[in-house]
Ligand binder design. Structure first.
Ligand code: ARG
Length: 586
């Protein structure tokens, strides 16, 4: 249920009936301040300006046509023509009762489900997975979960960097390692040993490439063999890729991310299409030869002087590029996967590249007009020093080590807070809280901004953090434990007698519209902000409205218990969509 949408529809119909042009929208939003109703419709002002009439009179005309149904209690005209909407208590209570009975909390699946391709995580297998991939993985997975919950068909695409000249050096090094390792073990087993620590392996290969005589030539030979489809070389490459993917999977597991091996559709998958695609663009005159390279000149993205933006799709020597692969990927996703929407959860620093790929593929007619291409850009993760996040010695931070540290810190925190926990409980809680904290810290910031990675802030039990929400959840749940009540058995009317109960009810009813908004704009921090407000609203309610205390009438207590249960379930559902777990005890 989406209150904002329901009100928009009602006001839109009333405006039409009042003779206002169709393209004047009612502009409905939750009221920003107390005393201005629950929602506001502000469209009368703009419409009056357009029509050259008095906005207050126009608003009165709209209200005459408005079908209030059982949803709207009253509407007041305020100031120059604001319409302040008060929702009816009976209607709010009925919505909550429906949510209480419904596993999906009264959130209906999308009326028009779409096929949404989400390109996320996508590490480069020839390099270490770094914090940039952490952001993409966390944000992309939240969007995937949320859109799936809404009933869309989500196709995850892990566009791993599994091809390119960097593999020459790695394969040459791997080949040497396999030869020098003891005989006996099978080749796959040997490869596993050689690649047990990828960071070490990359470093060794790089040192050899830079320092060892003749190694660079061998590396280049491997590139040629790989591109030429040499079977032994391909086998080596496959071993390398398989083991690298397993390393990524360990991170996904630890992070509670839904990506599976079957979601990996790496750059190499497009190899066969690259010459075809380039030839086609040449034949159609969309790409041209320029100083030996093949280039698409994009007038659509010309600079101030009018020079078109050049996108190279084949290098002088004949090699293909990251951009060529992305054009092939767009074509595949639109035509083979039948995407209605393609989301790229990619670092903001790649926005020129993606803009070029989007523009060129439109120009080439690679996809139907209706398919939406969206760059869900994110900023850089910064360290406390305000510089991009690095280890103390300036190296790349190893992701698995970072996650282990999160878990350790959280374990220590919960053990200090609650010394009675068993070591097992501590470990389990530490995992859930630590990983939740890392993910939530990322998701709760406006993704397009850079954000500062800070252990103390993300692990705090106060403020807009995962531990705060997880703790709020356990507190609500403990009410039921204390009272020995199964929330599934609650019934009776929901009563909204106090201001706090009413405010909480409205918050609870807004879950659906928040999900719709995040699905549309792909900004998960909006959901985080909502959950934080909900938990704060619950705290205010709990202070003001006793639940189990003696003297509380049975029907009031029953109603309040239902509100408590809805709060717990909404927090859990919201966190689940963000890929964060809750605990019964912490
Ligand atoms: N592998 C790339 C990197 O690590 C990101 C890939 C993003 N997706 C895409 N279709 N270009 O930077």
């Amino acid at each position: 249920m989406n209150i904002r949408q329901l009100l928009t529809d009602k006001f839109q119909a009333a405006m039409l009936a009042a003779g206002i042009p169709e393209d004047c929208g009612p502009v409905v939003a939750p009221a920003k301040k107390a005393g201005f109703g629950d929602y506001q419709a502000n469209g009368a002002m703009a419409a009056a300006k357009r029509m050259g009439t008095n906005p207050r009179e126009l608003a009165a005309g709209i209200l005459e046509q408005l079908d209030r149904g059982d949803m709207i209690e009253k509407v007041e005209i305020a100031g120059p023509g604001f319409m302040n909407i008060h929702l009816s208590n009976a209607w709010l209570a009925a919505q909550l009762a429906a949510a209480q009975r419904d596993e999906r909390l009264n959130i209906a699946p999308a009326a028009q489900p779409q096929t949404v391709v989400i390109d996320y995580s996508h590490p480069n297998l020839a390099k270490e997975m770094h914090v940039g991939h952490l952001r993409s993985t966390i944000i992309g997975d939240a969007l995937a979960r949320l859109l799936e919950f809404q009933g869309h068909k989500v196709i995850r695409q892990n566009h791993m960097g599994d091809w390119g000249t960097q593999f020459g050096m790695l394969l040459a090094h791997l080949s040497d390692k396999l030869e020098s390792n003891d005989a006996g073990a099978g080749s796959d087993q040997k490869a596993k040993v050689a690649l047990a620590d990828l960071e070490v392996f990359y470093r060794e290969a790089k040192v050899r490439f830079d320092e060892e005589e003749g190694f660079d030539d061998r590396a280049r030979e491997y590139v040629v063999k790989l591109q030429g489809g040499d079977p032994a070389c391909l086998k080596l490459w496959q071993q390398f890729i398989d083991i690298s993917i397993s390393h990524s999977e360990e991170i996904y597991d630890k992070l509670n991310v839904t990506l599976k091996r079957s979601d990996v559709y790496g750059e190499s998958r497009y190899n066969d299409d690259l010459p075809v695609l380039v030839q086609e663009l040449l034949d159609r005159g969309i790409a041209v030869e320029d100083q030996g390279a093949i280039v698409v000149f994009l007038e659509e993205m010309a600079d101030k002087e009018g020079n078109p933006s050049p996108m190279i799709i084949r290098k002088k020597g004949g090699g293909y590029l990251y951009s060529t692969t992305d054009l092939a990927a767009i074509r595949y996703r639109a035509n083979q996967l039948h995407a209605d929407r393609i989301l790229y959860v990619v670092d903001a620093r790649q926005s020129l590249h993606l803009q070029q790929a989007f523009t060129a593929s439109r120009k080439a007619g690679f996809l139907p007009e209706s398919v939406s291409l969206e760059h869900c850009a994110f900023g850089t993760m910064m360290g406390d020093d305000g510089k991009p996040f690095k280890t103390r010695t300036g190296g790349t931070v190893k992701l698995s080590a970072l996650l282990d540290e999160a878990i350790e810190r959280a374990q220590k925190l919960v053990a200090d807070k609650n010394p009675d926990l068993s070591p097992d409980e501590c470990a389990q809680i530490g995992r859930t809280v630590g990983i939740g904290a890392v993910k939530y810290a990322d998701l709760s910031k406006t993704r397009t901004n850079d954000y500062a990675f800070n252990w103390n802030a993300m692990l705090s039990f106060e403020g807009n953090t995962a531990p705060y929400l997880q703790y709020a959840y356990t507190r609500v749940r403990s009410i039921f434990r204390r009272a020995g009540i199964d929330p599934g058995e609650l019934s009776g009317d929901i009563q909204l007698g106090t201001a706090e109960e009413r405010a909480l009810a409205i918050k609870l009813c807004q879950f659906g519209e928040v999900l719709d908004q995040v699905a549309k704009d792909t900004f998960p921090h909006v959901l985080c902000g909502y959950l934080y407000d909900l938990a704060s609203g619950y705290m205010a309610f709990y202070e003001a409205c006793p639940v189990l205390r003696e003297g509380v009438e049975a029907d009031v207590r029953n109603s309040r218990l239902q509100l408590c249960d809805l709060v717990a379930r909404t927090i859990a559902a919201g966190l689940d969509l963000l890929g964060i777990e809750v605990l019964e005890k912490m």
